[in-house]
Design a binder for this molecule. Structure first.
Ligand code: DGL
Length: 273
């Protein structure tokens, strides 16, 4: 058996915030990151298309040597993960694994909320999939979940407008709507990889005392725990502290924007899916 890096996949740049968190928790491992920047955003796309694109990416990452792929994209986790785990992995290679970002976030919700009222912000696709309410209710059926789709937040981040007045306008608008529907919300899940970049604005318009769950740290700690519980997978992961980046777009384009999401050197290559 050939060992390989841990793969982190996202529709574009946002998964870099998750990779950052994973590397803080597990710095010694090797990673490959793939951003499907040529076909981003996934948020507004149909289930079938997100599933098809995500499956292509997973197969490619397996072919690059990864035994473990993290879908560091809420939309892909919401729309493709379950089908890939249940229908595709048994045919592709039953020893390889694909994990998402929703389950770890939901487990954190269960630990944090006291009022039992939780808010979730995400892309239109993630919100319409109902993945967060469904997964939260599996763990804690009594928790009340209020969701808000924030379609302008990803473009604000990608266009470098996350610190400007446009961000104030849209973040306030969406959070006012969310908290206006349920004043008892005490926990807010940032259910999209881009949203940590808007954290300053999100904090500004979130009522005092509400805990904000940002996925980078949570996914990192959850992966650490997973590898502890699955030594057979841990053994298949190479350790050298290296990260290789791939994009389906032009590498120059990726490099220009990736710095918003990731601190550190980015040597990126083009990859065809
Ligand atoms: N990465 C996506 C997510 O977490 C946001 C960007 C997109 O819509 O592709 O939902």
């Amino acid at each position: 058996m050939q060992k390989g890096p841990i793969a982190v996949f996202d529709s574009g740049y946002g998964g870099l915030t998750i990779l950052q968190g994973i590397r803080e928790s597990l710095p010694g491992y090797d990673y490959i990151y793939l951003g499907d920047n040529a076909r981003t955003p996934y948020g507004p796309r149909s289930f079938d298309v997100v599933y098809e694109y995500t499956l292509e990416a997973v197969k490619k990452l397996f072919s690059l040597g990864a035994h473990l792929v993290i879908l560091a994209c809420n939309t892909a986790s919401a729309k493709a993960l379950r089908t890939i785990q249940q229908n595709d992995l048994p045919h592709i290679d039953s020893d390889r694994r694909v994990l998402g970002v929703i389950r770890p976030s939901v487990e954190a919700v269960d630990r944090i909320t006291k009022s039992g009222h939780v808010g979730v912000v995400g892309t239109v696709g993630t919100v319409l999939s109902e993945s967060y309410p469904l997964e939260i209710k599996k763990i804690s059926p009594g928790i009340i979940v209020e969701q808000e789709a924030c379609p302008m937040w990803v473009p604000l981040v990608e266009n470098n407008e996350f610190a400007g007045p446009g961000a104030d306008y849209f973040v306030k608008k969406n959070l006012d709507a969310l908290f206006g529907r349920d004043l008892e919300i005490d926990t807010l899940v940032l259910g999209c990889t881009h949203y940590p970049i808007l954290l300053d604005k999100i904090k500004k318009y979130t009522p005092e005392g509400v805990k904000i769950i940002s996925q980078g740290d949570i996914v990192g700690e959850s992966l650490k725990d997973y590898l502890r519980r699955h030594p057979e997978m841990d053994e298949k992961c190479t350790r050298g502290g290296a990260v290789k980046f791939y994009t389906t777009e032009h590498p120059d384009k990726f490099r220009q924007t990736a710095g918003i999401f990731f601190d550190g050197d980015i040597h990126v290559e083009h990859l065809e899916l």
